[in-house]
Design a protein around this ligand. Structure first.
Ligand code: DOR
Ligand code: ZN
Length: 347
């Protein structure tokens, strides 16, 4: 078995970079692996306009490590009040890759999210006309729906009808977590794809409770069953171009996760490709990692595949217990203090 794995340079199609000191602290991890990333707009306040996205983009570009050519692909946060004209402005900007739909209250900083998707129908119609992509956080938020059933209910009640109502709208179902979601994407019309995170490929919900409550395994959508996990591994490693890489790496300061109301989000940017490589190797599909990481995303977003390559070496290493996250804050990364089997070879 080869000890080196070289891939076309990949992209991360779903990423949280935060802002300010945290942005400066976490961006180098992503920029060393990925050429581009779709940057989520759930800042406080959220990035709701092309102007705000342009300013955020400038801050990201300024925070790049010296010599980095990393390119942020910006998203706008869809609200009940987004005017259809914002779609035209965004499309004309050349730096906005899509609009992100958070159901109100679904996750971190989603209070301004959409309360009723039908209120956004005129915006979605304009997006379909201009070929602008909708990125969807696919969970209903009703209190009476079990937290583990919220993705399935979203498919049945919201996403299924939505893609029929807007037959030309291009949609990425973000961070899918269930076999139902993988089946939905496979059975959907053209123009529907999904991203899959490393944590949903590597962990099931038992890991949230292994010997005690484990806040660093808490993310949204929450980890699901072993059967769901295996269905996601099957989808990711199948070579089906509708499934591609999106880490959802979401840094939170340690004290905000180790807390009586801990934040949702797992941090994987320090070792994203290495984590995915373990999944693909264990599935006997290392030869399909490049499609998932480097081909299918740009093809869906109608962007060129990256020039250049990255190389992983089969070499055991341990991520530290924590990385700096600005000021006195630290972030606990996935696999902290544990072992990883692959390591990115520094260029
Ligand atoms: O776990 C999550 N963290 N899920 C999300 O949807 C948001 C993210 C964050 O911003 O922390
Ligand atoms: Zn996310």
């Amino acid at each position: 078995m080869s000890d080196l794995l070289t891939l076309r340079r990949p992209d991360d199609w779903h990423l949280h970079l935060r802002d300010g000191a945290a942005l400066a602290a976490v961006l180098p991890h992503t920029a060393r692996q990925f050429a581009r990333a779709i940057v989520m707009p759930n800042l406080k306040p959220p990035v709701t306009t092309t102007r705000l996205a342009g300013e955020y983009r400038d801050r990201i570009l300024a925070a790049r490590p010296a010599g980095s050519d990393f390119q942020p692909l910006m998203t706008l946060y869809l609200t009940d009040n987004t005017p259809p004209s914002e779609v035209d402005t965004a499309a004309a900007s050349g730096f906005v890759a899509g609009f992100k739909m958070y159901p109100a209250g679904a996750t971190t900083n989603s209070d301004s999210g959409v309360t009723d998707l039908r209120r956004t129908d005129a915006v979605l119609a304009r997006m379909a006309e201009l070929g602008v992509v909708l990125q969807v956080h696919g969970e209903v938020t009703h209190d009476h729906v079990d937290v583990f059933d919220r993705e399935q209910r979203f498919i049945d009640d919201i996403l299924g009808p939505l893609v029929e109502r807007h037959p030309r709208l291009r949609v990425v179902f973000e961070h899918i977590t269930t076999s139902a979601a993988a089946d939905f994407v496979r059975g959907a019309r053209d123009g529907i794809a999904a991203t899959i995170t490393p944590q949903h490929l590597l962990h099931n919900r038992n890991d949230l409770f292994r010997g005690g409550i484990r806040p660093h395994f808490y993310c949204l959508p929450v980890l699901k069953t072993q059967q769901d996990r295996l269905a996601l591994v099957e989808a990711a490693t199948s070579g089906d171009p509708r499934f591609f890489l999106g880490t959802d790496s979401a840094p939170h300061a340690r004290h905000t996760k180790e807390n009586d109301c801990g934040c949702a989000g797992m941090y994987s940017a320090h070792a994203a490709l290495e984590l995915y490589a373990e999944v693909f190797e264990d599935a006997g599909a290392l030869h399909r990692l490049e499609g998932f990481a480097s081909h299918f995303g740009p093809d869906f977003y109608r962007l060129p595949r990256n020039p250049g390559t990255v190389t992983l070496a089969r070499r055991e290493w341990s991520p530290p217990a924590a990385y700096p996250m600005g000021g006195s804050d630290v972030v606990v990364p996935m696999r902290a203090g544990g072992k990883l089997r692959w390591q990115l070879v520094e260029a």
